[in-house]
Design a binder for this molecule. Structure first.
Ligand code: PLP
Length: 408
């Protein structure tokens, strides 16, 4: 008889943003006359860089002629994009990579969800808390998390990030085979300095762990001494996979393109102790389950690295970071305890008067018609916080802050 993967039944019914959407929908139905401003879901609002539009339009024209038509492309991505990434993202920071260590994809969410395909389910997993929910849920789906008790998965090693440790996690107390790190962090907006990140690399090398380093927000780093790539750290090629995305860098949330770096040195063992290259395994996985990112999209992504593309991307990032600064300064002046927003497009705000995350969410929705994201939706240590994104339009960010001010 046909059976399902019962791990899926362990997942909670709703996804955080679906819960929020339901509440907002109900509010809008009750108060159709009120305008609601969203600082909730982390989606961008500014259009694609003109250089990307132009490159994609050119690629569409190419597809219209048999002489320049492109069918299936390489599963790993076209060399023109891999080369541009290698030169502009890595060589420019003193990191040497090979083209075959770069895998182009349709975004970092797919890659963080799928990477578990090549890792044994008996591996122990350490995850910072609060965290981007995909890391946990994809491990639940593959059966790596144990049972749900006391609002936690029994086999996940949660690494709390809270006010006491300035949202910087401690190294795992029990050895972990797989460690998820995300910097700049979603949702707390914190970053790791080089010395701090080096501790994780050293730990992973000592315990033969794998770090899955999600750098989806690296383009938002403003301080020159904060690493953009984990490969800027010594030894990282032996212990880390890096995930990156064009979504927040260049407004590609609806276009879909990202990439994953798997160094050739990176290995894991079979049950017999044989060392296998993760690069080769991932290549095998992609060739079987993925038919490549579209040619048009990859031409669009390549254009980010032209001189006009770079300027346009910088302008958009500056726009969002100006939103972050405006909101952070205003909230702090109102007496809120705010983290992030300096090297990341997220503000992590302590709820006032010991309100729970959802109580403060309801309060802001009902009294100010501002949507934020309840911190508890990112994990147990997120309770008592909300996340605000800086991806809104400038006028909306200013209006939302004004409404919150009027509440105070
Ligand atoms: N990683 C983190 C930490 C994110 O916050 C997001 C999106 O919000 C992603 C990955 C997914 O990025 P993509 O749009 O490339 O799938």
């Amino acid at each position: 008889m046909l059976q399902i993967n019962e791990n899926f039944l362990k997942l909670s019914d709703n996804y955080l943003f679906a819960d929020i959407a339901k509440k907002v929908h109900a509010f809008r139905n009750q108060h159709p006359e009120l305008s609601v401003i969203s600082l909730g879901i982390g989606d961008v609002t500014q259009p694609l860089p003109a250089a990307c539009i132009e490159a994609m339009q050119k690629a569409v024209t190419e597809m219209g002629s048999s002489a320049s038509f492109h069918g299936y492309g390489p599963e790993q991505g076209y060399d023109f994009l891999r080369g541009a990434i290698l030169k502009n993202e890595y060589e420019s920071r003193g990191v040497q990579l090979e083209l075959n260590e770069i895998f182009i994809s349709d975004g970092a969410k797919s890659d963080c969800g799928n990477i578990g395909d090549i890792l044994g389910i008996q591996n122990t997993v350490a995850i910072t808390d609060p965290v981007y929910p995909v890391y946990i849920d994809s491990n639940v789906m593959s059966g790596r998390t144990g049972v749900w008790e006391n609002r936690r998965w029994s086999r996940i090693n949660y690494l709390p990030c809270n006010h006491e440790n300035r949202f910087i996690p401690s190294l795992p107390a029990q050895p972990a085979d797989i460690i998820y790190l995300c910097y700049p962090n979603n949702p707390t907006g914190t970053v790791l300095a080089k010395e701090e990140l080096q501790k994780w690399v050293d730990y992973a090398l000592e315990h033969q762990s794998l770090i899955l380093y999600d750098a989806a927000y690296e383009a938002y780093i403003q301080n020159a001494d904060i690493p953009h790539s984990i490969y800027e750290l010594e030894g990282a090629r032996q212990c880390a996979i890096e995930l990156r995305s064009f979504s927040k860098t260049a407004g590609f949330t609806g276009v879909r393109c990202g990439y994953t770096i798997i160094p050739q040195e990176l290995t894991a063992t079979t049950s017999c102790g044989e060392k296998i290259k993760l690069n080769a395994l991932w290549n095998r996985r992609q060739c079987t389950k993925f038919n490549g990112t579209s040619y048009i999209t990859q031409r669009g992504a390549e254009a980010i690295y032209t001189s006009e593309g770079k300027q346009q991307v910088r302008k958009t990032i500056d726009y969002y970071m100006a939103n972050a600064r405006t909101m952070k300064t205003a909230l702090q002046q109102m007496g809120y305890d705010v983290t992030g927003g300096e090297n990341a497009p997220y503000l992590w705000v302590k709820t006032p008067d010991n309100l729970s995350s959802w109580q403060f969410f309801d309060h802001l929705l009902n009294q100010a018609q501002v949507i934020v994201t309840p911190g508890v939706g990112f994990g147990p240590s997120g309770e008592g916080y909300v996340r605000l994104t800086a991806f809104g339009k400038q006028e909306d960010c200013i209006a939302a802050i004004q409404r919150i001010k009027e509440l105070v």
